[in-house]
Design a protein. Structure first.
Lengths: 114, 116
């Protein structure tokens, strides 16, 4: 069965410092991986995706993510955090072969302190 | 605004009433997905529809819940005889016709359903 794990409920980081939000997945076949961000009382906004190709994927707002097949991970990163990055972040996976639905992790709350 | 439109944004119902949630996909999108988000949890897939067809309803509760996406008009998620446990945020997402599996789904702002 497909699954996504986000091991940290919350990540705290000081503004200007690098941030990492962790995600591991389990899926049969090649995964399609996505990161979304959710602000209060809003829907999810797409940040970036990995389908194939380079393991380092660049996305919106300066975020990037690294796909690691051997570790089945897709960690979200940003070199320098902003206070405005504070939000709820979701990792999601879709098996490439037979389904269109997304399987989401439970989310990680990112808090960036000034 | 060419985004996914959901209405109402907030809906309050008493136990036993019916709730109807509407979703208009992005222009040019013909794939619609419904997800439910319980407080402090991730999104759980409910149903995937194309025009006039239910493609995958593996996440739908067996009773009281139904969904449609008619040829004309928005997609509707219908919950009959609501109970307190139905209180949640319901999100609709859409994706384009071509290669939907490697395209991101675009989400609406959701409908927050509260059951009294």
């Amino acid at each position: 069965a497909q699954s996504v794990a986000q091991p940290e409920d919350q990540v705290n980081v000081a503004e200007g410092n690098p941030l990492t939000v962790k995600c591991t997945y389990s899926v049969s076949g090649n995964p399609y991986l996505f990161w979304y961000v959710q602000y209060p009382n809003r829907g999810l906004q797409f940040l970036l995706k990995y389908i194939t190709g380079d393991n380092l994927v660049k996305g919106s707002y300066g975020f990037e993510a690294e796909f690691n097949k051997s570790q089945t991970s897709f960690h979200l990163k940003k070199p320098s955090a902003l206070v405005s990055d504070s939000a709820l972040y979701f990792c999601a996976v879709r098996a490439s072969y037979n389904t269109d639905k997304l399987i989401f992790g439970t989310g990680t709350r990112l808090q960036v302190f000034p | 605004n060419a985004g996914v439109m959901q209405n109402p944004r907030h809906l309050v119902r008493r136990r036993g009433q019916e709730a109807r949630l509407r979703c208009s996909p992005m222009k040019g999108h013909s794939h619609v997905y419904w997800y439910r988000q319980l407080p402090e949890e991730g999104l759980k897939f409910m149903v995937y529809l194309q025009k006039e067809n239910i493609i995958d309803e593996s996440g739908m509760p067996k009773e009281r819940f139904s969904a449609e996406f008619p040829k004309e008009g928005p997609s509707i998620l219908r919950i009959q005889q609501v109970v307190r446990g139905d209180s949640a945020a319901y999100f609709c997402a859409s994706s384009p016709v071509d290669s939907p599996r490697n395209q991101p789904q675009h989400f609406g702002d959701g409908t927050r359903l509260s059951i009294l």
